[in-house]
Design a protein around this ligand. Structure first.
Ligand SMILES: *[C@@H]1O[C@H](CO)[C@@H](O)[C@H](O)[C@H]1NC(C)=O
Ligand SMILES: *[C@@H]1O[C@H](CO)[C@@H](O)[C@H](O)[C@H]1NC(C)=O
Ligand SMILES: *[C@@H]1O[C@H](CO)[C@@H](O)[C@H](O)[C@H]1NC(C)=O
Ligand SMILES: *[C@@H]1O[C@H](CO)[C@@H](O)[C@H](O)[C@H]1NC(C)=O
Ligand SMILES: *[C@@H]1O[C@H](CO)[C@@H](O)[C@H](O)[C@H]1NC(C)=O
Ligand SMILES: *[C@@H]1O[C@H](CO)[C@@H](O)[C@H](O)[C@H]1NC(C)=O
Ligand SMILES: *[C@@H]1O[C@H](CO)[C@@H](O)[C@H](O)[C@H]1NC(C)=O
Ligand SMILES: *[C@@H]1O[C@H](CO)[C@@H](O)[C@H](O)[C@H]1NC(C)=O
Ligand SMILES: *[C@@H]1O[C@H](CO)[C@@H](O)[C@H](O)[C@H]1NC(C)=O
Ligand SMILES: *[C@@H]1O[C@H](CO)[C@@H](O)[C@H](O)[C@H]1NC(C)=O
Ligand SMILES: *[C@@H]1O[C@H](CO)[C@@H](O)[C@H](O)[C@H]1NC(C)=O
Ligand SMILES: *[C@@H]1O[C@H](CO)[C@@H](O)[C@H](O)[C@H]1NC(C)=O
Length: 655
């Protein structure tokens, strides 16, 4: 009995020991450092709009005098196991808002080795010169935190730094750079920091030629100088840095030609977009045998794409759009079977689409639009790419053959652009699309293109959107020969910004359900055989800026106010329409006529047979609109995404 009790006591003691050990896994913090942390906390307010990361939270909220006094266990704080000194502070995405002064108690934490203040809002403060009081720093991240002014020379004294990120300190409203590196300039600030392994100065206003000193950073693995106002030639020595894996110099004003790549390199990501290079992609690019992503859109490059590109078998992401490339698309592209993203749009590629393309089974996005590709393509080639969600072949010299029926399940597209592709039939597989956001099937009369996407009015404010016009929800079925009636169900396409059904063979009335398209800015129903009146309900379309029903068989009065402000050309060619702006007065305030009976025919064969599928398309659009309305908030979030996931599309194309 006693023995049993003894065993029980032993077991209890053992557990107590475990609990004690566990609770003391954090070293004990120093009282002065605890009080410095509490003062640091008190020097800022907590403001949810200060951080863009969707998973941000106020890390310092749990730091209190009354709770755990051991600051080493506080959220975001890391202490040295042996000395108990605070050596790490991660205050990234913590909703901190307020001025950051040099007398901030943070600078009393002199043992700090790693400090991140990224993704907060320091109210245009200068980077405090007191940073020099933290000489042990190896990691310093002040990115995306609304610091402004000149980067202080005190940074150069941080001789242990291996990681420095000062990127994306932009004005949250205008997105202009607010941090600059002029006096001291790059060379003098960094002459003692050539041991850096990762350096990001994106969005810092440097406005100079590429600093020659960069060639001495032999330990660099990551270098990002996006949008720094860099001019002149990109020195070949930068490509030759032995350890460099990621090089980003997009959105500058760099000139010159891409160098001869003499040796194999560690480069995995090369991002050159939106510069003013000239010349060709050298055949020697095949030496960059670790390359996975190449961004070179909008770079003024020309000439043919070298056949040797087929040797870069690791390629996942290749963006060469908006250049002046010519010649054929090399068949060796078929070797790049890892490709997920391929954009060759807006160039002068000619000849056929290589028959090797169906080998690119991982493709999600394929943009070949806006080239001089010719010959006839069997659309079957693309239907075999099951993961393809975005496909653009518009505006080439292609003839696309689409079989009446498709074997198996077609891919689900979100973007499909087949304008001016000499389609002979309306593609049957569209009936099975459920996620479509941007469908363009324009005929042959060169969007009649109008830029309905450049300005959008939201809540009465006109905004200019150049960047995201590809994401706007637009249905353009103009210049085809589609017959039948416009169905009521089209009113479910709530997110639609533009609807162009002009120059078809549509009959019946204008559905009053169009009044449900609250976001509609442009409605073109001209050159059809529509009859009846213009529904009074359409006056609810507050954002409508373009409206055209000319050359139909409409009758009755033009609805008052807003609709009278469109020019008479919007209404001409309808014998029965009357009232302002037409010169024909309405007799006795006649109600709009119902559509004439003989025109109301069977809608079988109508392009709009696909009832519920139109609804599904509408949900896709609704999402896009949600994004638009949330623009002010999303901008900050999207920059956050751009930083952390390094997604190209979220960087604004400025050309
Ligand atoms: C932010 O800066 C402005 C202008 O310098 C100042 O008026 C305001 O008080 C500052 N806000 C905070 C929270 O420090
Ligand atoms: C730090 O300096 C600012 C002015 O530069 C002053 O307003 C603030 O009270 C000072 N804070 C402390 C803790 O001394
Ligand atoms: C960079 O700074 C110069 C002045 O030194 C200024 O003229 C220029 O507009 C700035 N560029 C940006 C993008 O802020
Ligand atoms: C760089 O280091 C040298 C030698 O340690 C020192 O003399 C010089 O002042 C430092 N330069 C800067 C800009 O810190
Ligand atoms: C780069 O390093 C070399 C030798 O290591 C030195 O001669 C040269 O001056 C350095 N370049 C710059 C710009 O400091
Ligand atoms: C290629 O690199 C090697 C060594 O890096 C060098 O000796 C040779 O001159 C270079 N060739 C060219 C054509 O640049
Ligand atoms: C595009 O390349 C062609 C030759 O392929 C050249 O004639 C033309 O000037 C170039 N256009 C531009 C804008 O550089
Ligand atoms: C790449 O593809 C071409 C033609 O498609 C083929 O002739 C060539 O052998 C391939 N190259 C490699 C390295 O596989
Ligand atoms: C297609 O996408 C799915 C889901 O993202 C993925 O599991 C699959 O591996 C992809 N197929 C190919 C051939 O890449
Ligand atoms: C495609 O264009 C080339 C010249 O650019 C021409 O020789 C060829 O006949 C064209 N093919 C078709 C089918 O039009
Ligand atoms: C398209 O092809 C036709 C006939 O082959 C030719 O006349 C026309 O110029 C070509 N258009 C373009 C834009 O290349
Ligand atoms: C338009 O549709 C009518 C029947 O509604 C048909 O008779 C006529 O041929 C069509 N017009 C064209 C150009 O297809």
């Amino acid at each position: 009995m006693l023995k049993k009790r003894f065993v029980c006591l032993l077991i209890l003691a053992y557990f107590l020991l475990i609990i004690l050990r566990f609770s003391s896994s954090h070293p004990l913090c120093h009282a002065n450092e605890r009080s410095s942390l509490l003062q640091f906390k008190a020097s800022f307010s907590i403001d949810k709009s200060a951080s863009g990361d969707p998973s941000a939270y106020p890390k310092a909220a749990s730091w209190t005098r009354r709770g755990t006094t051991n600051c080493c266990s506080w959220d975001g704080v890391e202490c040295d196991e042996d000395t108990g000194h605070v050596i790490g502070l991660d205050m990234s995405s913590s909703f901190l808002y307020g001025n950051f002064d040099s007398n901030n108690s943070l600078f009393k934490l002199v043992h700090l080795e790693e400090l991140s203040l990224a993704d907060n809002h320091f109210n245009y403060s200068q980077i405090p010169t007191a940073i020099k009081q933290l000489p042990m720093l190896t990691h310093l991240d002040l990115s995306f935190s609304v610091f402004s002014g000149q980067i202080p020379s005190e940074i150069s004294g941080l001789s242990h730094l291996s990681y420095l990120d000062l990127s994306q300190n932009v004005d949250p409203d205008s997105e202009e750079s607010i941090l600059e590196l002029k006096t001291p300039d790059f060379n003098s600030l960094f002459q003692n920091l050539t041991g850096l392994e990762e350096l990001s100065l994106s969005d810092v206003n440097i406005s100079s030629t590429v600093p020659s000193l960069l060639a001495n950073f032999s330990s660099l693995t990551y270098l990002s100088l996006i949008s720094c106002g860099l001019k002149g030639k990109l020195p070949v020595e930068i490509f030759q840095l032995p350890n460099l894996q990621i090089l980003k110099v997009g959105f500058n004003d760099l000139t010159g030609e891409l160098p001869y790549f003499n040796q194999s390199s560690a480069l995995e990501v090369l991002s050159l977009e939106a510069n003013s290079f000239s010349g060709e992609i050298p055949t020697s690019i095949e030496k960059l045998d670790h390359l996975i992503e190449l961004y070179a859109y909008s770079c003024d490059l020309s000439g043919p794409i070298p056949f040797s590109i087929g040797n870069l078998k690791q390629f996942k992401h290749l963006d060469l759009g908006e250049n002046n490339f010519s010649g054929p698309i090399p068949p060796s592209f078929g070797n790049l079977t890892q490709l997920i993203f391929l954009d060759l749009s807006s160039n002068h590629f000619s000849g056929p689409i290589p028959s090797s393309f169906p080998k690119l089974i991982k493709l999600n996005l394929l943009f070949l639009d806006g080239n001089d590709l010719n010959e006839t393509v069997d659309f079957d080639m693309f239907l075999r790419l099951k993961n393809l969600t975005s496909l653009a072949l518009s505006n080439n010299n292609l003839s696309i053959l689409i079989r009446p029926s498709v074997d198996g399940t077609p891919p689900q597209y979100t973007t499909l652009k087949l304008s001016h592709c000499n389609l002979s039939v309306f593609p049957d597989f569209l009936w099975q699309q459920e996620r479509m956001e941007n469908l363009q099937l324009q005929g042959s009369t060169l969007r009649l293109i109008y830029r309905y996407s450049t300005t959008i009015r939201i809540k009465g404010v006109t905004r200019y959107y150049d960047v995201i016009n590809e994401e706007l929800c637009i249905i353009d079925l103009s210049n085809n020969n589609f017959g039948g009636e416009i169905p009521e169900v089209i009113g479910e396409l709530k997110g639609l910004h533009a609807l162009d059904l002009s120059n078809n063979n549509l009959t019946g009335g204008i559905p009053s359900a169009l009044a449900n398209l609250e976001a509609l800015e442009s409605l073109d129903l001209s050159q059809n055989k529509l009859s009846g009146g213009i529904p009074q309900e359409l006056t609810q379309l507050n954002f409508l800026q373009y409206f055209n029903v000319s050359h139909n068989r409409l009758a009755g009065p033009i609805p008052a106010n807003h609709f009278q402000t469109f020019g008479s050309s919007s209404y001409e060619g309808n014998m029965g329409l009357c009232g302002i702006p037409l010169p024909i007065k309405c007799g006795n305030f006649e109600p709009a006529l119902p559509p004439s009976q003989e025109e109301q025919e069977d809608s079988s064969g109508s392009v709009f047979q696909f009832g519920w599928k139109v609804v599904a398309i509408g949900y896709g659009c609704g999402f896009v609109v949600g994004v638009l309305i949330g623009h002010a908030v999303i901008t900050r979030n999207s920059r956050w995404f751009a930083k952390f996931f390094r997604v190209k599309n979220l960087y604004v194309r400025r050309k």
